[in-house]
Design a binder for this molecule. Sequence first.
Ligand SMILES: Nc1ncnc2c1ncn2[C@@H]1O[C@H](COP(=O)(O)OP(=O)(O)OP(=O)(O)O)[C@@H](O)[C@H]1O
Ligand SMILES: [Mg+2]
Length: 293
Amino acid sequence: MNDQAEMLRRIVNTYDQEPATSEPVKRAKVITVTSGKGGVGKTSLTVNLALQLSMRGLKVVILDVDFGLANVDVLFGIVPKYTLLDVIRGEKNILEVLTDGPDNIKFLSGGSGVEELVRLDRKSLRKFVSNINILDKLFDIILIDTGAGVSRNVMNFILAADEVVLVTTPEPTAITDAYALVKMVSRRDQKKKINVLVNKADSVKEAENVATKLCQVSEKFLSLKLSKLGYILYDDNVTKSVKLQRPLSLYNPKCHASKSISEIADKLTSGPETEVQGAKGFISKLLSFFGHN
Ligand SMILES: Nc1ncnc2c1ncn2[C@@H]1O[C@H](COP(=O)(O)OP(=O)(O)OP(=O)(O)O)[C@@H](O)[C@H]1O
Ligand SMILES: [Mg+2]
């Protein structure tokens, strides 16, 4: 790790200590949604999963770090005024850059700005970190929508998260690219919790086969155990809702894809409570990675 990155990480960890208390510190769970191949349905899933989680009473924020075309704001039909960069530059506080989405969810456009973090001086970084800590207090879940592929940035968002949702379709190229991504992760973190989700499947059986195959090869050749999160069948309602810029769960809550996403939300929230490092831990890790790549 280079000196600059190490110094920044120390600042995050030392200057921002919570008061000593026996109460567990509240943290938001950071979940990165990613894929090896593009166009497999990450953004649609992120938006609809956020809504489903919100309907379960959880406070959710979407961090959009993808600069592709079908972005979160396009799906919502809302253009955010500010981005995380405005916070990094000290021009806005975190509350000012959170945009209201439907049904109580918030979203925040971020991404490339994160690289500017390494150039901040101590004072600015401290200010930024205390802004980030507010996210832990305000939210239960931070869903990060990434671009596809194994770029350095995407890999960092994966490695720094508490959990990962890896989306693939049954297309052979999508499965191979998903495997390539798991392989990259396994070189850096053998214990990363990766949840596999098969989207646009023709049948439950096909989805099951894809998930099983991916889990088997990852365990056999990479010694990394993946979890199966579920599947979403190919459903025209998804495309229709995108065209209308209306999230699927609001456009057609009873369609097949909506029901599947609802089951996925149940599964994501039903597991045993695991300790999460939250937004603060996420930023601390991201900073440490700057020195590694
Ligand atoms: N279950 C589904 N059934 C039918 N169409 C779907 C389904 N899921 C996603 N789509 C469609 O696939 C296209 C790509 O979806 P989306 O933009 O969410 O993918 P992405 O992985 O975020 O893409 P990118 O890699 O470009 O960010 C969209 O047109 C979307 O409507
Ligand atoms: Mg996308």
